[in-house]
Design a protein around this ligand. Structure first.
Ligand SMILES: NC(=O)c1ccc[n+]([C@@H]2O[C@H](COP(=O)([O-])OP(=O)(O)OC[C@H]3O[C@@H](n4cnc5c(N)ncnc54)[C@H](O)[C@@H]3O)[C@@H](O)[C@H]2O)c1
Ligand SMILES: [Zn+2]
Length: 398
């Protein structure tokens, strides 16, 4: 170890700050020909020049909206200042887009063939997985193309699509490759959610429960009071939930002092250490949001066992997740690996991801947290057993 007072004799201290700003617009039917929202989001900094746009869409959205390519082409008529430089490119929706390294290379080749420069726009339309994959490909092309996101899932509109991260899965780990790359703009068009399967809508609500649990007890109360309607994805309730959740995420990124996560505190990753592992252990049978719901239930039960959280709070959390139609258990929690539970490797991965020292956010109440630097594996196993017995024979994800 070097003595703490050591300093090399000749140092030039290089320091500068880069500030970012991007609009997150909440709107409906953004591709209506007369609606200027999307054109503004793309051209707002240089309204006088033309803007090449390369559009990529999620296959789930493209299948649900066969008219999408035509509407996009019709929207980008000459007077908008936007030039669609290639027909809409469709890539597989869901985790498939993050699991295939060839897909990233293919996107980058297409960006090169379309001769996109650093001021060109990649318009990414899709769920969180497609936004992550397209964002990664774009952020590593010319060291960063402009990306305008049109998120099409609840989770993408309230979390993945409004933040500053991109990523793909590699070497058996979620988001092992990725970049911090704030978008150029985000257009949250609530009409895009109308084709989303109920299961995916519910999965996205898990991130709202998460941010309410760690940041905003009154938002938790609101979700609880409206859980029955939310579980059926009633549009008015859904849009309120998305907007509040997105605002809480955006506020955290802007004000918590570590937007690019160089420290180890990661409150927005509440429930995620096990969730990321569960996604992989279930071979992505679990959606990200579903895995987060299980991860939150597990960490709530663990906190209760450690006398951090009381019985009432634990019961409220589990009941809310279940009323929303989210799982609080999956058999992957009990999958063994080398004589221990495989999910425990999630703690090791999380530690590595944070840079060697563990910082796990646990709840001390609804809207109240504490950070711990270790978790007792035997207690985690007990918490898993408790969730298993609570859910005996009654988990179903269809
Ligand atoms: N970058 C971040 O900050 C961040 C944050 C949270 C989650 N994520 C990532 O987001 C991903 C999960 O995203 P998700 O929950 O949006 O799901 P998803 O992207 O996996 O999509 C789920 C399914 O819905 C389909 N789909 C999407 N929009 C649709 C629509 N409007 N109509 C019909 N089908 C539609 C997709 O094709 C897919 O089959 C995970 O990979 C997760 O790691 C990233
Ligand atoms: Zn998440």
């Amino acid at each position: 170890m070097l003595p703490p007072e050591f300093r090399p004799a000749h140092i030039h201290e290089q320091r500068f700050a880069v500030s970012y700003d991007y609009p997150v617009v909440f709107c409906r039917d953004a591709l209506a020909p007369a609606d200027p929202t999307l054109a503004w989001a793309i051209s707002r900094q240089e309204p006088a020049r033309r803007h090449p746009v390369y559009a990529v869409a999620d296959s789930g959205v493209a299948a649900a909206r066969p008219e999408l390519a035509e509407r996009l082409a019709a929207y980008m008529r000459p007077e908008t200042g936007l030039d669609l430089v290639a027909p809409l490119h469709v890539i597989p929706g869901g985790e498939a887009s993050k699991n295939d390294p060839a897909l990233i290379g293919d996107l980058q080749r297409r960006f090169a063939e379309a001769r996109l420069d650093r001021h060109a726009v990649v318009l990414a339309i899709g769920g969180g997985a497609v936004l992550d994959a397209v964002g990664y490909a774009a952020s590593t092309t010319h060291r960063g193309l402009r990306v305008v996101r049109m998120p099409t899932t609840v989770l993408a509109q309230n979390d993945a699509g409004v933040g500053v991260k991109t990523g793909v899965n590699a070497f058996g780990a979620k988001n092992f490759l990725g970049t911090f790359a704030p978008p150029y703009a985000v257009v949250n068009d609530c009409d895009l959610l109308s084709t989303l399967p109920l299961r995916d809508a519910r999965a996205g609500m898990a991130e709202a429960v998460k941010v309410a649990l760690i940041r905003d007890a009154s938002f938790f109360d609101w979700i609880e009071a409206n859980a029955a309607g939310l579980s059926q994805a009633e549009p008015g309730l859904l849009h309120t939930l998305i907007r509040r959740c997105a605002e809480l995420h955006l506020h955290h990124i802007a004000t918590a002092g570590d937007p690019f996560e160089s420290g180890s505190a990661r409150p927005l990753d509440y429930g995620h250490w096990s969730a990321h592992r569960l996604e992989i252990l279930s071979r992505h049978a679990l959606r990200h949001g579903e895995a987060v719901a299980i991860g939150m239930a597990l960490d709530a039960c663990y906190a209760w066992r450690r006398d951090l959280l009381d019985d009432v709070a634990l019961a409220r959390i589990c009941a809310l997740l279940e009323t929303l139609g989210l799982p609080t258990f999956h058999p992957a929690l009990e999958a063994p690996a080398n004589g221990v539970l495989a999910v425990l490797t999630g703690l090791r991965d999380f530690r590595e991801h944070l840079g060697g020292s563990l910082a796990i956010t646990l709840l001390t109440g609804v809207g109240r947290t504490v950070e711990v630097s270790e978790m007792d594996e035997a207690e985690i196993v007990h918490a898993i057993r408790w969730l298993a017995s609570r859910n005996k024979g009654c988990y179903s994800l269809s």
